[in-house]
Design a protein around this ligand. Sequence first.
Ligand SMILES: [Zn+2]
Length: 143
Amino acid sequence: MTDTRQVTHTFVDCIPEQLDQGVVYISIRYALVTHLCCCGCECEVVTPLAPREWKLTFDGATVSLHPSIGNWSFPCKSHYWIRNNTVAWARQWTDEEISASRGPAHPTDRTVRRKRPETTTLPISSKWWVALRKRKRGRIQGT
Ligand SMILES: [Zn+2]
């Protein structure tokens, strides 16, 4: 698999079950942006749009996401920006750096333990995401 360097974007109502590599799916309705990890590992990256999460910039032709996308929860641990539909690869963090940003291995101070990299994407098993998918399925099959 090769790295994706260019993406296209598509505005959708609901996020489709099957995602295409190199496509950024934007659901304004759910304030949610999803794409397959740009390294080609096919992990689904979910970036919720919120004041304290990600921001989407749409200039009429291309989209940008801020801050960077840090897939620490994936095996590939890829880290990149999406700017004007272009993937800008960031230096990969080492395991030490990731764990350092999460706090020491044996934190003595509770405030340290809560720390996480600002750009960490949510694991796909997040409750709200599962709930969203269920809701979507429910509506599709709806009786
Ligand atoms: Zn990846």
